[in-house]
Design a protein around this ligand. Structure first.
Ligand SMILES: Nc1ncnc2c1ncn2[C@@H]1O[C@H](COP(=O)(O)OP(=O)(O)OP(=O)(O)O)[C@@H](O)[C@H]1O
Length: 570
């Protein structure tokens, strides 16, 4: 507020100083000096307060967006493209000048209030000289504001119209400097091609923007005329009247200085642009909040208070992704406590989908998944009963210890951490790193390292084992050995068999040599269980499993990889 009224106070103090020129100047000089100092302090304080407001509002806004995203109980709620687009907009993390954050918007709103305060206070000073001067200044200022707003809105739209070209040229730019693409760019000789695409998209986006820049520069004479002519006339009239009538020069000077204050307060477009730029992010947030909270309500979640593995049942489960055909079509499956169950099937049969349904990441379209007779969708913190290695597990750019301890919320259990490292086969790797388990897995920072595909997979396994050691009783492994060499895989499954914790193990794998160890094997085909039994039972059944197994064994004996392609047996 002090910052807002400063132009008026400054103008008054200038008037006071000039009026006092013929008399004792001590008081006016002290006042002028104090006001000058106040102006400097208020300007600094305003910048500091603005920074605090912007970062404070943005911090809370982003926390709310993150809470909304992770608060959605199932993945299908946030998966639709429209929802993803809303999240992107609501994140309000501007990469372009047209985008503003909610903090900028809040400051814009405050600055509009301050502008009015500044305008009224300057108008009070001006009216000391003459009241008619106030509208004579405000009207051309508002016309200037209107013209400038129109120009900027047009410029904004031209820029946004080319946003697709802009995204593409950013993508080409990123490709040229990215580590992972560097190999292919060089081997395929794509350098010139990429630079050509980059230049093309940049020009396609910016040529209209540059043309409008030139048009804006030409249009500035209008604003110049509207600003300068009335201001010149008013300043001339005030000067003339003061000389002709012999009135106080100090008051006239204060009025002219405050007049400039009115003009600048009324003609600015910055705050309005800040508010407009912040509007899409806030609107997207409101839309998300409304739709996600509506979908998440009604559930009254109750914990499942068991320390052993629950009895799980899939009953007539149908499921389809938002975009796609039915994946499970009336699937019935019972998973008994502490058994080890293997799930096999061709690519795309729905094995990973079954795991996602079991984890509660998706809700069945029809049918039900129960644990000890209760719908898992109604169980509070169902995830804490599970230790899962998803096929597309996440590589967190954290330390090794943090990556593993993410398997379970709460304080880190050091003993469980050490034993998970040992059992997942990571001990030698950890011992060889300078910072051991505290080594960061972010190769872009000092001291950080990257792991091989197989080592990352071992780390994901360690995360699941840590969860088991901390109380999870259902261990789910979706293709846990896809990146492991035969020896590491063998050791891993030997260790899993020796786990002392009583757990239900559900293993999805294409490697039938590992699957045969399971108590029971189920084969999924066409969205249902097509065959089930022990390895021996399925082999004597002579069905798809037996054919898959024999073919894989033959290929293995002949020196081929032991994985199976669907086309190879049909
Ligand atoms: N998020 C998704 N959205 C739409 N369709 C999906 C999604 N995830 C999987 N699908 C489709 O669902 C079907 C089953 O996929 P799923 O990943 O469960 O198969 P899978 O048996 O695990 O296959 P694989 O052996 O190749 O890992 C496939 O047709 C796949 O294209």
């Amino acid at each position: 507020m002090l910052h807002a009224v400063f132009p008026a106070i400054g103008a008054a103090s200038v008037g006071l100083l000039i009026s006092g020129v013929d008399a004792d100047l001590t008081v006016p000089l002290v006042v002028f000096g104090a006001v000058f100092l106040l102006g400097q302090v208020s300007s600094l304080a305003f910048r500091w307060a603005k920074h605090l407001v912007v970062s404070g509002v943005n911090l809370r806004h982003r926390a709310e967006v993150a809470r909304l995203a992770v608060g959605a109980p199932t993945v299908d709620m946030i998966e639709p493209k429209a929802t993803q687009d809303l999240f992107k907009t609501a994140a309000a993390d501007p990469t372009e000048w047209v985008e503003k954050t909610p903090g900028d918007g809040a400051i814009g709103a405050l600055r509009i209030i301050f502008e009015y305060v500044g305008l009224i206070s300057s108008a009070i000073v001006v009216s000391y000289w003459s009241f008619w001067l106030v509208p004579a200044l405000i009207i051309p200022a508002l016309v200037t504001r209107r013209l400038a707003t129109r120009l900027w809105v047009r410029h904004y739209r031209i820029w946004v119209d080319g946003i697709e070209h802009h995204r593409r040229y950013q993508y080409w730019g990123e490709l040229t400097a990215s580590r992972s693409e560097a190999k292919e760019l060089r081997i395929f000789g794509l350098a010139d091609w990429i630079i050509g695409r980059h230049q093309y998209d940049m020009r396609a986006h910016l040529a209209p923007v540059w043309a409008d820049d030139r048009a804006m520069a030409r249009a500035h004479w209008q604003q110049f005329a509207i600003t300068l002519l009335p201001l010149g006339a008013i300043f001339g009239a005030v000067g003339f009247a003061t000389v002709a009538n012999g009135t106080d020069v100090g008051i006239a000077s204060a009025a002219l200085a405050a007049g400039w204050g009115i003009f600048t307060a009324a003609s600015g477009v910055g705050p309005m642009m800040e508010m407009e730029g912040a509007r899409p992010g806030l609107a997207a947030f409101a839309a998300l909040k409304d739709s996600l909270e509506r979908k998440s309500e009604v559930q009254h979640l109750q914990p499942l208070s068991v320390t052993r593995a629950p009895h799980i049942r899939f009953e007539d489960v149908h499921f389809r992704y938002e975009r796609g055909a039915s994946v499970t079509k009336g699937l019935d499956l019972e998973i008994r406590p502490d058994e080890s169950l293997a799930v096999v099937g061709f690519n795309g049969a729905g094995k990973s989908t079954l795991i996602k349904l079991l984890a509660g990441a998706y809700r069945p379209t029809a049918g039900i998944v129960t644990a000890d007779g209760r719908d898992i969708g109604g169980i509070d913190d169902w995830g804490s009963h599970l230790a899962v290695v998803f096929q597309d597990f996440v590589k967190y750019r954290l330390t090794i210890a943090e990556n593993i301890a993410l398997g379970r919320s709460g304080p880190v259990d050091e003993a469980a951490l050490k034993s998970a490292i040992a059992e997942s086969g990571l001990q030698a790797l950890v011992d060889g790193l300078p910072a051991g388990e505290d080594t960061s897995l972010d190769a872009s920072i000092d001291g950080g390292v990257d792991l091989s595909g197989g080592q990352w997979q071992q780390l994901a396994l360690a995360r699941a084992l840590y969860a088991v050691k901390s109380g999870a009783r259902i261990l789910v492994l979706d293709e846990p050995s896809a990146h492991l060499d035969v020896r590491t895989e063998q050791r891993l499954f030997d260790r899993l068999e020796q786990l002392t914790e009583p757990v239900t193990t559900i293993l999805v794998s294409h490697r039938l040599a590992t699957v045969r160890r399971a108590d029971r094997i189920v084969l999924i085909d066409d969205g249902k269980i097509a065959e089930q039994g022990t390895h021996e039972e399925l082999m004597s059944l002579g069905g798809t499993y037996a054919r898959m197994y024999r073919l894989q064994a033959e290929r293995f004996a002949a020196g081929f990889d032991d994985r199976l392609e669907e086309g190879a047996i049909v």
